[in-house]
Write a protein that binds this ligand. Sequence first.
Ligand code: ADP
Length: 418
Amino acid sequence: MGIDFGTSGARGMVVDEEASIQAQVRYPFQDSPGAVTPKIWQEALFVLVQQIPDRLRREIKAIAINGTSSTVLLVDAAGSPVDAPLLYNDARGSLVLEHLRSIAPPNHTVLSATSSLAKLLWMRQQSSFIEARYFLHQADWLAFLLHGQLGISDYHNALKLGYDVEELKYPEWLENLQIPIQLPKVLTPGTPITELRPEIADKFGFRRDCLVCAGTTDSIAAFLASGAKLPGEAVTSLGSTLVLKLLSRTRVEDARYGIYSHRLGDLWLTGGASNTGGAVLKQFFTKAELESLSREIDASKASELDYYPLLKVGDRFPINDPNLPPRLSPRPDNPVEFLHGLLESIARIEARGYELLQQMGADNLSRVYTAGGGAANDIWSAIRARHLQVPVVASVYTEAAYGTALLAMGGGIKGEQE
Ligand code: ADP
């Protein structure tokens, strides 16, 4: 079983030995993400579990959970939260960034207002810190509710805490901070931690030997679901923004472009994110217009319109320029031509992004899977394939919960296990 905690709700998926989906359950969050508390996460977790048909629940052999990256909390010795969690996009860490810059190596992934480490340093200054014993990511805490062990994480969630995923240890500069709290022990995602707590197993009718495994983050879980497996295979997410992920034998990092690599067994998941994407299309067209107007585009012909579609000034990847202006003119009167120009231009930015990752040493692009709202647009896929010069296909599955179920199966990450 894979369980996904996203920003708008939680989902669960049960798969069989062949990775076919046997059950899918959902728990939408009624409130805005900011109003969702650990108590609601906990309720969501157990409601999801309860929705699985009894006969299937009895057969589940392993469970893994993915959380939202950099959603973190402090808990006491019993695992109870001592304060509200800091959510993925909470930027209060900006208050400690200068201090963090004096500690962490230049251009390190933790040097962002929303990094887990920036959040931890901010939390250290709050009065509730005195009651805290463990620092956990959302996925760590939810897994704890199932297996009962505190202080365990995985190297995907721990990347933005500063964990060294190459050496598989906390770096010396982080140890030297001497934060008077237990940092999580970090496991390979998908590693079995231990069996379910017996009271949980009995209460919900799970097998006593059902394992709880180390989890991952939401975006890596979505990558695992896509079907991409080999070096050179990539997943483009065409949602509100444009996010690229390319599987590679080499690690690439460049903080200037916001490029970093997650470890994926023996491989590296390199990637970058641009502010261009579907949000700009949405500004000009309804979903129905996007579908009908796209059908009138001749994808084999390149549009001469050269835009840089942005909602506001600035991009980081593949052009690192906080002052980069949106470029959306000239705007032809014909909406088909305008849309063609927008799709063509976003495709150019995507191709440039993959080019940049490859220039930095990532493996040669061989195939691009696609997720997000734009994945359904075949005309756009054809335009993108013309620029990318490799097959562009839809992701096999796009649900993070499915990727996390593969992880629990042991099929998510090949390579070293602790
Ligand atoms: P989010 O990143 O917000 O989760 P989604 O993955 O749900 O986004 O994708 C929504 C985006 O997909 C919207 O911004 C919309 O412009 C875009 N989109 C929806 N349908 C199409 C389409 N047929 N062609 C291109 N883009 C589309």
